[in-house]
Design a protein around this ligand. Structure first.
Ligand SMILES: C[C@@]1(CC(=O)O)C2=NC(=C\c3[nH]c(c(CCC(=O)O)c3CC(=O)O)Cc3[nH]c(c(CC(=O)O)c3CCC(=O)O)/C=C3\N/C(=C\2)[C@@H](CCC(=O)O)[C@]3(C)CC(=O)O)/[C@H]1CCC(=O)O
Ligand SMILES: NC(=O)c1ccc[n+]([C@@H]2O[C@H](COP(=O)([O-])OP(=O)(O)OC[C@H]3O[C@@H](n4cnc5c(N)ncnc54)[C@H](O)[C@@H]3O)[C@@H](O)[C@H]2O)c1
Length: 205
C-alpha cells in the first residue's frame, strides 16, 4: 500500500519521544527542534550534540533503556535505536492513536520523514516512500538550487501583500489579478517588490 497522506503537523507543545540517541536520532531531533515540540530522547548513550541540547534545556534526555512507560501521552514517537527488536517493541507498545516511525522498518511505520527544504514560509518535502532516502536527498539538493535564499524574503513579501490585498481590494477580479501578478519571475528577480507593487496597483486601478 503506497497511499500516503502528506500533512504539515503543528507540534508546538506536543510530546515527542525519540528512542535511541545515535546519529539517526540526532538527525531526527535536529529536524524537530524548530517545531517547539517537547522532545524527550530515551537512550543509555547519546551523541555529544544530543547531550549538549539536553544540557541547554532544549530537549530532555532520559539516560536509560526504552520502556513502555516512556511513551505514555506521546503524540509522536520515533524509534531510532540500533536494536531492531526494541524499535519494533516501541511500535507494539504504542497505542493505536499514537504516530510511530521506525527508523529501520518503513513497512511497519505510521509515517516516513521526508527530505525537507525550508525557505521561511516555503516548505518543500520530498518522499520516496522508503524506496531511496538518497534520491530524496538528491532531489532536495536540486530544489535548493532552484528555490534559493531569496525565496525567504519573497515569501514574506507575498504574505504581507496578500493580507493587504484581501483587506483593501474589494473587486474580486482585481484581487485575483493582483494576487497572480505578484507571483512572477519579474517580481522575484527585481527585488524592489514594494515599489513594483505600487506601480502595478496604480496601473490596474
Ligand atoms: C529523507 C530523510 C529524512 C530524515 O531522516 O530526516 C530520510 N533518510 C535520510 C537519509 C538517509 N537515510 C539512510 C541513508 C543512507 C543510505 C541508504 O541506506 O539508503 C541516508 C542518506 C544520508 O544519510 O546521507 C538510510 C536509511 N533510511 C531508512 C532506512 C531503513 C530502511 O529503509 O529499511 C535506511 C537504511 C538503514 C541502514 O543503514 O540499515 C529509512 C527511512 N529514511 C527516511 C528518511 C524515511 C524514508 C524517506 C524516503 O524514502 O523518502 C525512512 C523510511 C524512515 C524514516 O522516516 O526515518 C534523510 C535525508 C535528509 C536530507 O535531505 O538530507
Ligand atoms: N531512518 C533513517 O534515516 C536511517 C538512516 C540510517 C540508519 N538507520 C537505522 O537507524 C538505526 C539507528 O542508527 P544509528 O546510526 O543512529 O545507530 P547508533 O549506533 O549511532 O545509535 C544507536 C543508539 O540506540 C541506543 N539504544 C540501543 N538500544 C536501546 C534501547 N533498548 N533503548 C533505548 N536506546 C537504545 C544507543 O544507546 C544509541 O544511542 C539503525 O537501526 C539503522 O539501521 C535509519
Amino acid at each position: 500500500m503506497n497511499g500516503y497522506y502528506p500533512i504539515m503537523l503543528k507540534l508546538e507543545g506536543k510530546k515527542v519521544i525519540v528512542a535511541g540517541g545515535g546519529t539517526v536520532a540526532e538527525r531526527k531531533v535536529k529536524g524537530l527542534l524548530e517545531t517547539g515540540a517537547a522532545i524527550t530522547v530515551i537512550s543509555p548513550e547519546s551523541t555529544s550534540v544530543i547531550q549538549h541540547l539536553a544540557h541547554e534545556g532544549k530537549i530532555a534526555w532520559k539516560q536509560k533503556l526504552f520502556a513502555k512507560s516512556d511513551i505514555q501521552e506521546a503524540f509522536l514517537i520515533i524509534a531510532a535505536t540500533n536494536d531492531p527488536h526494541t524499535n519494533n517493541l516501541v511500535k507494539e507498545e504504542a497505542a493505536e492513536h499514537q504516530l510511530v516511525s521506525i527508523a529501520d522498518n518503513p513497512e511497519e511505520s505510521d509515517f516516513h520523514l521526508p527530505s525537507h527544504l525550508k525557505r521561511g514560509r516555503l516548505s518543500i518535502a520530498v518522499s520516496t516512500g522508503g524506496a531511496s532516502p538518497i534520491l530524496a536527498k538528491q532531489i532536495r539538493k536540486q530544489l535548493e538550487q532552484q528555490f534559493d535564499s531569496r525565496y525567504e524574503d519573497y515569501l514574506e513579501f507575498l504574505f504581507s501583500k496578500r493580507q493587504w490585498i484581501l483587506k483593501n481590494v474589494e473587486d474580486a477580479d482585481l484581487k485575483r489579478k493582483l494576487l497572480t501578478a505578484i507571483v512572477s519571475p519579474e517580481f522575484l528577480n527585481n527585488g524592489d517588490w514594494d515599489v513594483m507593487f505600487q506601480r502595478l496597483y496604480e496601473q490596474m486601478i
